[in-house]
Write a protein that binds this ligand. Structure first.
Ligand code: ADP
Ligand code: ASP
Ligand code: MG
Length: 454
């Protein structure tokens, strides 16, 4: 079996769905489990509906709900113009999901209360129900015998409804049973990405971009031969091709480098995607559904990967928190106290730099920072700088590091924090820079490391 995950743009229109399904058909022999995202922009719409309900704006919520239904009914009509049976089945599934959503939204609006994250998850998860059901009907309509399975039957998490943490053992127990049963009567299996079930049985989601993570968790659970992440770029590139010119496709990269890239801003993979694949040593391929002949990227064990600088990625809108003590007698006790505060306040720390008089960290947590700052200011002085960004150069092998480090720092006008992390399988050099210069800075570093702009 293999897992094939298709992101929002790969299922974003009638044409994209037809192309995607063609790719899946060509892999029938490999018994593909299809994991799909919501059609592109749909999850954004659902989050906007949650916000509109929260703000008591029933007009905005209603009009978005109508649009959502329309978009799926129209796409289903275009996909199945001459198969009334499966088209009606798709309409009925779409209408039933949209009716449920409308009733839920009305009840929330009527209650006039602030929505909990549990209630938001009920709304935000629905894009994947719609896309997967519609595509399932389309596949059957063109003679591909396909079973839809509900991810909630096996994708069990904790009780964080909007950023569920998977219960790996339970997923490994449940998922193979569900998938095997579906393959007993079908050639293809399809399920929702992103969707999970919280430990208390409520509907939940894995966090934005989480369908990649769904795919790798399923791959791990069923011991898939490979996990294919089909997206809208020719594999993992040396930088985000939407922001940097002249990027190069990376043909092979190690699990660790890919995980570092994803954690440090490369949106092409959800940051947690690699973890389940490493657990079972399953190759992950990143491929372009708009260019299925392309070679894409293979993510493998580090021993198969040559040395070298692989990529430059960036993360924007960070806060830089500097905690200082005039004479830091004991850095470890200050670190312990600061990190206890961050953990308590749920501030997710990214980079850390310790000097004799200060400790600097970056974070993308927004809401929780003020409480943490207040608590720290009781025992040390603390400063928060907003509008910061960070750039990370990632690769393998220490000798390359020296060149990259010098190169990168030569390119930066105003770098505030340099952090170097390395082990046998990867090197990550990160710089904190002002948000106002980050795009230029990334381009400069990339050009220097990978070749000139044309
Ligand atoms: P999907 O909807 O298929 O999950 P995403 O939008 O989440 O697609 O991810 C693909 C996008 O990731 C690309 O269009 C690209 O702009 C962005 N991206 C960021 N960094 C990289 C990188 N290093 N290589 C390739 N794509 C990247
Ligand atoms: N649809 C979800 C999102 O837009 C999950 C995903 O696409 O991976 O975040
Ligand atoms: Mg994505």
């Amino acid at each position: 079996m293999i897992v094939m995950k298709f992101g929002g743009t790969s299922v974003g229109s009638k044409e994209a769905i037809a192309r995607t399904v063609g790719i899946v058909r060509s892999k029938q022999e490999e018994r593909p489990v299809l994991v799909v995202s919501a059609m592109s922009k749909v999850t954004d719409m659902l989050y906007a509906i949650s916000d509109a309900i929260e703000a008591g704006n029933s007009e905005a919520a209603d009009s978005a709900l109508v649009q959502l239904r329309q978009k799926h009914l129209e796409t289903a009509a275009m996909l199945m113009p001459s198969d009334p049976l499966w088209r009606e089945e798709a309409y009925s599934r779409i209408n039933s999901i949209c009716d449920g959503l409308k009733a839920f939204a009305d009840a929330q609006l009527a209650s006039g209360e602030k929505m909990t994250s549990k209630e938001k998850a009920v709304i935000n998860s629905k894009g994947e129900y719609l896309s997967s059901n519609m595509i399932c009907c389309y596949m059957n309509s063109i003679g591909m015998k396909t079973t839809w399975v509900d991810a909630r039957e096996f994708m069990v998490t904790d009780n964080d409804y909007l950023q569920g943490i998977p219960d790996m053992a339970e997923i490994e127990r449940q998922c193979p049973k569900v998938i095997d049963a579906a393959f007993a009567t079908s050639a293809f299996v399809i399920t929702q990405g992103f969707v999970c079930k919280a430990a208390d049985g409520s509907e939940a989601v894995l966090g934005r971009g989480g369908s990649d993570y769904s795919a790798s968790l399923i791959g791990m659970a069923i011991d898939a031969a490979k996990i294919e992440i089909w997206t809208d770029v020719d594999g993992v590139q040396s930088a985000d091709p939407r922001r940097v010119t002249n990027t190069r496709r990376i043909s092979r990269i190690s699990f660790e480098e890919a995980a570092e890239m994803a954690a440090y801003g490369a949106k092409v993979l959800h940051p947690k995607t690699i973890e389940p694949a490493i657990a079972k040593n399953i190759p992950v391929l990143v491929l372009n559904s708009m260019n299925p002949e392309g070679k894409g990227t293979v993510i493998l064990q580090s021993s198969f990967i040559e040395d070298g600088v692989r990529s430059v990625s960036s993360k924007e809108k960070l806060r830089l928190i500097t905690v200082s003590q005039p004479v830091m007698k004991d850095a470890s006790s200050l670190l312990t106290r600061i990190f206890a505060v961050f953990a308590e306040a749920r501030v997710k720390v990214d980079l850390v730099k310790v000097s004799p008089t200060s400790i600097m960290v970056t974070t993308d947590s927004v809401d929780y920072v003020p409480a943490a700052v207040e608590a720290i200011s009781e025992f040390a002085s603390v400063k928060v700088e907003e509008d910061m960004a960070q750039i990370s150069v990632i690769g393998k092998n220490i000798s390359e590091l020296k060149v990259a480090l010098k190169t990168a720092s030569d390119q930066l006008r105003d770098s505030r924090l340099v952090s170097v992390a390395q082990n046998d399988t990867y090197v990550n050099i990160s710089f904190v820079v002002p948000l106002s210069t980050v795009r230029d800075d990334v381009q400069k570093i990339h050009t220097y490391l990978f070749g000139r702009e044309e």
